[in-house]
Design a protein around this ligand. Sequence first.
Ligand code: FE2
Ligand code: FE2
Length: 166
Amino acid sequence: MPTDAIVMLKQDHKEIEKAFKAFEKAGENAQKAKGDAVKKIIELLTVHTYIENEVMYPRVRELLPDVEDDVLESYEEHHVADLIVMELVTMKPKDERFDAKTTVLIENVRHHIEEEEQEWFPKVREGLGRKALQELGADLEKAKKKAPKKPSQPSALKKTIDAVIA
Ligand SMILES: [Fe+2]
Ligand SMILES: [Fe+2]
């Protein structure tokens, strides 16, 4: 059964939300649990951002000009999250700002996911139809296999730097 692109991305969102909850449930002093949760959050976000930036967003932009503004805003939201992640990877759970920075990352990404799911993924579903979404899903699966898992990997970091100096 081929995977529908939107179904697949929403599944990713669920996993990301699970990692957010793990961070939020960890006690104030649970350094290890918080550190592990943030590691997982960063890994999931790095892969997910990569496949959306490389496959989903450019394809939607090309096929559905009406959704272009939503896509551009989403790129910017990814960029803000990337910047927070780049700072977070240099920090330890005991650092004074670790919790605050993670909380702001979570708030930003939750807002972003809500916009994707509520505002523009429905337009994409309507505009593309089932077959195109399945083809897109297959391409997302492929991209996932070669996606970086850490922001320090060249393919991930390069995007952030390009976005800053572009
Ligand atoms: Fe996104
Ligand atoms: Fe997403």
